[in-house]
Design a protein around this ligand. Sequence first.
Ligand SMILES: Nc1ncnc2c1ncn2[C@@H]1O[C@H](COP(=O)(O)OP(=O)(O)OP(=O)(O)O)[C@@H](O)[C@H]1O
Ligand SMILES: [Mg+2]
Length: 214
Amino acid sequence: MQTLAMIAQKGGTGKTTLALSLAVAAEAAGRSVLVIDLDPQASACRWGDRRTAEAPAVMDAQPARLAAALAKAAQAGVDLAIVDTPARVEQAAAEAAKVADLVLIPCKPSILDLETLRATAELVQGRSKRPPLVVLNAVPAQGTRHEQAAEAITGMGLAVCPVHVGQRVAFEYAAQAGQSVTEYEPDGRAASDVRRLYDAICQIVGMSKKERAQ
Ligand SMILES: Nc1ncnc2c1ncn2[C@@H]1O[C@H](COP(=O)(O)OP(=O)(O)OP(=O)(O)O)[C@@H](O)[C@H]1O
Ligand SMILES: [Mg+2]
């Protein structure tokens, strides 16, 4: 089982949105996916409640129980666990970083998000197996802000995911419907970004894109 953790000390960077988007993309690729929601706000769990499809499974857990939940999931045959964490709760982020094969740090290309990156990186570094990967999210369709942001992030010594995710209203509509953008608008740009992000992450963690024959 591979474990991804979505971590950012800043609120609203896209941790939950990308966790759920990746979970649905992985399910569509034939993987058995579990989303573990460590956030007391329970946004991922609420999305699961709105959802009509059974998969991916979404459960909540206390940070101190995360390792036990993951052990159970692995035993039950889950092959990808995605841990969503709350902003500004160091214990949850630290526990998630410890168990993750890869930590993803969603970050919008804005000064407000960039300023908080160092604190997130310090929390993750020394705990995670691999260096964390910053995923630029909600990148405006126009302009070069993401290029400047990527430069600033690499300047901090952090790796930037080669795939960034555009700012698309489809993410909001999909979330309302308990869906992912790949379901809500399969041919849209948001869906294409998510599929490319999923593929890039598979490559980084050395996971084949598809688990079973479709
Ligand atoms: N790529 C995107 N394009 C447009 N809107 C987005 C995108 N990513 C996230 N959003 C929107 O931004 C808001 C915050 O996203 P989300 O809840 O995923 O962030 P978060 O990091 O989980 O927040 P929190 O720290 O509160 O848990 C949501 O309304 C979501 O729909
Ligand atoms: Mg969230």
